[in-house]
Design a protein around this ligand. Structure first.
Ligand SMILES: C[S@@+](CC[C@H](N)C(=O)[O-])C[C@H]1O[C@@H](n2cnc3c(N)ncnc32)[C@H](O)[C@@H]1O
Length: 305
């Protein structure tokens, strides 16, 4: 049985994984340093483009606009917060529990000259100041670390931090409703994510509704994640020599096994990936957002093609 998700346990679990070595992660993630499912507009496309398209997809689903206060919870190396500040003009805040990621993100913000509209913090999201609220919030790949027993707290916490009419995009891994404990999960907990836990979508949606959200949109990106893991694996193999120098043979083998297994779980459907777009509002009788999804897919934001 997993230990309970205290702040101390989470800090330890996150550090175990994400503080391993930034240089190691550089070897198999693309140059955007994104560590979540990419969005392949071209099913045969490359990882770097698909990660940029994923960031645009998130920004556009959130209908980000200049000057808005925007929070990215579990911001990794800061990629999305920086992208949103740079390309959508928002005032972005990113928060990560990994000190190595935060240092990387802060240096990246400095290099981009975005210090006036993008801040990256090394913090537990639960320790962000009480009274601070946002127009838009995203959480890309953090729900896997929250613990099922804490989902109500998590969705409630975000609800409290959003202003009326604000949007929240949650992007996360699910497992099938018929999930059972296996040695694969034992491996995952022991070597990869000590606080990793996934749930099925319908249970997550039930909690979301109980926490008073309106569900605006749900998108399944399962096969996008299969390809992402596959491409991370290819990069790991291509750079195996350097990776072994950085983290050693044992860690290289652990990640190799994990990435192959993850790709297979997404291909076979035992794992899923959903983006869920939520709105906080008292009942409104007229659209205050675009009335269809068409604006999300208009070409302009994807570089004018
Ligand atoms: C899979 S990574 C995703 C990073 C990034 N969103 C991306 O798309 O590449 C999960 C992130 O969640 C962060 N995280 C996990 N638990 C957290 C917590 N309690 N508070 C803040 N960040 C947390 C980790 O530090 C890490 O940055």
């Amino acid at each position: 049985m997993i230990k309970s998700w205290t702040k101390e346990f989470d800090a330890e679990a996150i550090s175990h994984h994400y503080d391993l070595s930034n240089e190691f992660y550089q070897q198999f993630l693309c140059e955007n340093m994104l560590y979540t499912c990419a969005y392949y507009r071209d099913p045969e496309g490359d990882l770097a483009q698909a990660q940029m398209d994923k960031m645009d997809l998130v920004c556009r689903k959130l209908r980000l606009s200049p000057g808005e206060e925007y929070l990215d919870i579990g911001c990794g190396w800061g990629s999305l917060a920086i992208w949103a500040a740079k390309n959508y003009g928002v005032k972005a805040t990113g928060v990560t529990l990994s000190i190595e990621q935060a240092k990387w993100g802060q240096e990246w913000v400095r290099r981009e000259g975005l210090g006036d509209r993008c801040q990256i913090y090394h913090k537990d999201y639960r320790d962000l100041p009480e009274g601070q609220t946002y127009r838009k919030i995203s959480a890309i790949g953090i729900i896997e670390h929250i613990g099922i027993a804490n989902y109500a707290f998590y969705f409630g916490w975000v609800h409290n931090r959003l202003r009326e009419g604000g949007l929240f995009l949650n992007h996360g891994i699910t497992h099938t409703k018929f999930w059972k404990w296996t040695s694969q999960w034992e491996f995952l907990r022991r070597y990869i994510f000590p606080n990793g836990e996934m749930d099925n979508l319908s249970h997550i949606m039930d909690i979301i509704e109980r926490e008073h959200w309106e569900i605006l949109d749900v998108e399944n990106l399962r096969l996008h994640y299969a390809r992402t893991c596959h491409q991370w694996y290819d990069n790991l193999e291509r750079n195996a020599g350097r990776i072994k120098e950085i983290v050693g043979e044992r860690t290289y083998r652990i990640y190799r096994l994990w990435l192959v297994n993850s790709a297979e779980c997404f291909y076979s459907g035992s794992l899923g990936l959903y983006q869920v777009l939520l709105q906080k509002h008292k009942i409104v009788r007229e659209h205050h957002l675009p009335s269809t999804r068409e604006d999300i897919y208009a070409p302009f934001f994807f570089g004018g093609d």
